[in-house]
Write a protein that binds this ligand. Structure first.
Ligand code: UD2
Length: 310
């Protein structure tokens, strides 16, 4: 059994990872400053094997202390909102880029520690290439996307210079239980489900023909664990999606069908600066890590709706 540090472990994706690791007998230290995560997400998993530490990845002394005795780090802590990164680019720099550098420095000091970190489809920006492959060099549209891309470049250099082994996972549109619907920039599925629960029509931005590759959080956890268990040396980046996309109009239709609702959506102005199509080519992660998206959109929506209405 291994001991892992999960930064951002009280967040939406992190808490599912902590749950899976603890269920398979590993011990975990969760580090989270609760800026977007919630203690209640992990409280039920805290045990003699799962420890919660409230703290920040900008605190290098704390990081050094927590990394001791670790076999691997899952680094998911971030300033996760793209719009917030546009309003506060310096915070994005300090949390997303410098924070990841702090984690890489810990790995440099403890060369046996393997690192898996959250990158994002935002590194591609508006590529117009669809489906998009890891070899495509995009032009990020936000500090968030730029800093995630720079994290990958940093990790590549740390692999070459200091033999730090790491994987960056480019998450596409992740959804599932515990995704917080409370901000206007929350994931569209969490917002749509919240509206359905209230019997309200959601607003589709634009004509709804835009497409996204929605991936269930359980599959993201699978990708994280496979990346950690892989013996690959050096640095590699992988797309994590389902390899299928759906229009937002179709998403609403499928969701209504899953829950047996008949509620037409409203339409509002398109979001400024947003990309129209997003679809991951997942053949690299399938071939190199043995990843296979297991939960289709319908099943994932069903599980998420059940969680939201329990
Ligand atoms: C996703 C990520 C974001 C960043 C970006 C990079 C999420 C939650 N966000 O933004 O962090 O990585 O990709 O490309 O994964 N929509 C509506 N009505 C609503 C809310 C959304 O029509 O009430 C539409 C929205 O205009 C967009 C789609 O739904 O076309 C998905 O929106 P989103 O905010 O869930 O995710 P996205 O792809 O904009």
């Amino acid at each position: 059994m291994a001991h892992y540090l999960v930064t951002g472990g009280a967040g939406f994706i992190g808490s599912h990872l902590v749950e899976a690791l603890s269920l398979t007998g590993h011990s975990v230290t969760v580090l989270d400053n609760l800026s977007s995560g919630h203690k209640k997400n992990v409280e039920t998993f805290v045990s003699n094997r799962v420890k919660f530490v409230e703290g920040d990845i900008r605190d290098t002394a704390l990081l050094d202390q927590l990394v001791k005795n670790c076999d691997g780090i899952f680094h998911l802590a971030a300033l996760v909102s793209v719009p917030q990164s546009i309003e506060q680019p310096k915070d994005s720099f300090e949390i997303n880029l410098q924070g990841t550098l702090n984690v890489l420095e810990c790995c440099r000091k403890q060369p046996h520690v393997r690192l898996v970190f959250a990158s994002s489809a935002a590194v591609y920006g508006d590529t117009k290439i669809c489906p998009v492959k890891e070899t495509i060099v995009g032009i990020p549209l936000s500090p968030y996307g730029l800093h995630k891309w720079m994290c990958e470049e940093q990790a590549g250099l740390y692999a070459a210079l200091y033999s730090v082994n790491s994987v960056g996972l480019r998450f596409f549109n992740v959804f599932g239980p515990r995704q917080d619907p409370s901000s206007p920039y929350s994931g569209v599925i969490s917002i749509f489900i919240d509206r359905l629960r209230r019997g309200q029509a959601p607003t589709i931005f634009g004509d709804g023909s835009q497409t996204r590759d929605f991936v269930y959080v359980g599959d993201v956890v699978q990708a994280l664990i496979k990346a950690m268990n892989s013996k690959k040396q050096g640095f590699a980046a992988y797309n994590v999606g389902r390899g299928e996309s759906v229009t937002i109009n179709m998403l609403w239709k499928i969701l209504c069908n899953v829950v047996g609702a008949d509620l037409p959506a409203k339409f509002g102005p398109a979001r400024e600066g947003e990309i129209h199509t997003s679809l991951a080519n997942i053949s690299k992660i399938e071939m190199e890590l043995g990843y296979a998206a297991e939960t289709n959109l319908k099943e994932g929506l069903k599980k998420t709706y059940e969680w939201a209405t329990q």
